[in-house]
Design a protein around this ligand. Sequence first.
Ligand SMILES: Cc1cc2nc3c(=O)[nH]c(=O)nc-3n(C[C@H](O)[C@H](O)[C@H](O)COP(=O)(O)OP(=O)(O)OC[C@H]3O[C@@H](n4cnc5c(N)ncnc54)[C@H](O)[C@@H]3O)c2cc1C
Length: 637
Amino acid sequence: MQLDSKCPTGPIETRWDRHRFSLKLVNPANKRKHTIIVVGTGLAGGSAAATLAELGYNVKCFCFQDSPRRAHSIAAQGGINAAKNYRNDGDSVYRLFYDTVKGGDFRARESNVYRLAQISLNIIDQCVAQGVPFAREYSGYLDTRSFGGAQVARTFYARGQTGQQLLLGAYQALERQIGTGQVQMFPRTEMLELIVIDGRARGIVTRNLITGKVESHLADAVVLGTGGYGNVYYLSTNAKGSNATAIWRAHKRGALFGNPCFTQIHPTCIPVSGEYQSKLTLMSESLRNDGRVWVPAQKGDVRPASKIPENERDYYLERRYPSFGNLVPRDVASRNAKMVCDEGRGVGETGLAVYLDFRDAIQRLGKSVIQERYGNLFDMYDRIAGEDPYQVPMRIFPAIHYTMGGLWVDYNLMSNIPGLYVIGEANFSDHGANRLGASALMQGLADGYFVLPNTINDYIASTKLDKVDTSHAAVRGAEADVDAITKKLLGANGTRSVDSFHRELGKLMWEYCGMSRTADGLKRALGRIPELREQYWRDVKVLGNGDELNQSLEKAGRVADFFELAELMCLDALERNESCGGHFREEYQTSEGEAARDDDNFSYAAAWEFRGVGNHPELHKEPLTFEYVHPTQRSYK
Ligand SMILES: Cc1cc2nc3c(=O)[nH]c(=O)nc-3n(C[C@H](O)[C@H](O)[C@H](O)COP(=O)(O)OP(=O)(O)OC[C@H]3O[C@@H](n4cnc5c(N)ncnc54)[C@H](O)[C@@H]3O)c2cc1C
């Protein structure tokens, strides 16, 4: 299979403009003759659905929550990047581009990343126009702060609720279109299959989560903005409902899966506290603007933080990375936290935590300033950990947070299945092997407000789309597949709960395909996951039936997909004999414990083709070339 990224060539500054000009348009009067399905109402799906409707397309929009504004994007805390350079601190589109390519450890496309940096400027204008209440300085100008992997302050924020405020902006735009009838909204409706007719994406099969009714919806193009798959690890910072079913089922219908092993582990989460925990809580990266990360200098030092004198503390990030200090990128901060804990210098009861200390910032700025900047995060920590972070340092530990991998898409955000577009966290496009903080919101909104609404016209204008109806054999076949899975899950009638299997899978993934990976461990996981998957289908117990609200059934289908995806993630991690970004293979590291890339052999995006459950998938490679930011050993020293 020939992978065509459709990336434009020539000067990078003008690629997107020239490309846009080369794309065909659909005349406004003709747009209303076309229907586009958008699955997802997070920042990516919500912004796309609203914008496509504003352009005049008929949009059918789906989400599994009871309201579009409950999409997981609402949880985003820290901020959104944009190269506005309001602070005059040396930022530029080129610097954001440079930081992102380097931050992703040279495993992303330069053309995509440059476009993202350019569009970052429009996003802030768009959101301000919508009334998103970004934090402002006393003078009234928009305020910014710093996030990891950058030496400028380019992160716009709304306290610790940036995702919520941005989503309310997209949601009100969406609601307006629902009001005009241009968007037909289907909440509590889960996509369970992609319908492919004559090689093109023409619709989806859904289940109404309240009534259990299975239905097909047809359209001229399908857009997936269905979020990431971090919950394959069971414990993650993602919303409990986030899942991979939409993209996985599309993968099984032929969509290639890009870089599945590229997962992000966030360094600042509240540590795991017990076996029955089902969720991990993020403490935003913004806290590292003022919080200092440290552990005791001596192994086994169990004194409370306040009793450990200054000269017996190791501010290891500041020591090892003096230029970036506590604001090194997430992969680097996470690995270092693991390293000090492995040395026996971790804190707290389990020894699997490091301190994030605000003592100095409170002394320097006063409690009220810290409260104003991070008040809701401090309150959240206090409620969960039972400790007052104004008095004692927070204890934090890395946790699964984001997935850089996702369905493979070209520069137009179209997958290899014509008519199937994938946006936001669900695609693999812009972050390479590690995403910089505050760049996911930027990508989701860039895709939804600005990229897709330009590129999708070209497909609609240049494709002859025959009329199809639900009696088509491909529709019937997809519906039958949904029915078969439901029957199989309900019929297993085994002894173990869905959650118990999911938890076991998550532990395996965290141990062997988590923060660090080895060939031996990955092979062990690849031996165990198929066994567990088979056991799942034999022994899972799903209560209730398919014709009603049945959350156990919903979860069961999602976990079945996680099993298959987990195997692909391990295969991809095993295939990639190098370390890059969040993919840290212990065999490949520098003498200082940093990720050692192998550009000669692995400078490509992996795009996997499904070959049947239990069969070896086929690997296709999209070579990556770097004309502007030349690959070097990433250094944050
Ligand atoms: C705790 C937390 C804090 C974060 N903070 C930041 C931050 O400060 N800055 C930043 O840049 N990034 C942050 N991120 C990352 C960022 O929030 C996400 O990457 C981003 O919001 C994903 O947006 P999305 O639109 O792609 O998907 P989501 O917001 O996950 O939306 C997915 C949508 O798809 C729908 N859906 C999924 N599957 C189906 C299906 N099968 N059928 C029907 N509907 C379906 C869901 O209902 C939902 O509407 C954070 C992430 C977490 C977990």
